[in-house]
Ligand binder design. Sequence first.
Ligand SMILES: [Zn+2]
Length: 161
Amino acid sequence: MSIARFWRETPRRYNLGGSKCTACGTVYFPPRPVCPHCTHHRQSIEKMVPFQLSGSGEVVSYTVVHEAAEGFEMQVPYVVALVKTDEGPVLTGQVVDVEPDGVAIGLRVRATFRKLREEGQAGVIHYGYKFAPVDDPDRAPRGPPMAEVRAAPAATDRASA
Ligand SMILES: [Zn+2]
């Protein structure tokens, strides 16, 4: 598979599949088998359905990390944010494609699928979601245009090979 095709298909492979309680409308990510809001009614057990999060949301809290955890040494400083998705669940993730001082509470972001880290000598590469600023003219984030920094790394997904 070509690198370009791999990156096009990655969002579908690592989608933000959650669950939704059709009794009260609450969305969960990761998905839950029952709804904590409804459990005392026992009505939610059959009411949970798969739900696809859009990945869009806004930063509600964030931290600039200067001391990297093992495996993240090349990335400091980086930003880890709590992102409240438009559907409700709050996700934690790194904010990319923007300098740390360009991140602010209220920044509109969208989940994007990136290499998270490379593990050990086997070179197992983990992918998952990170957040990138959305081009929103009303709340324009500071930073380079996403197109300039969207170049796919020349990495292969050995984890799934
Ligand atoms: Zn519920």
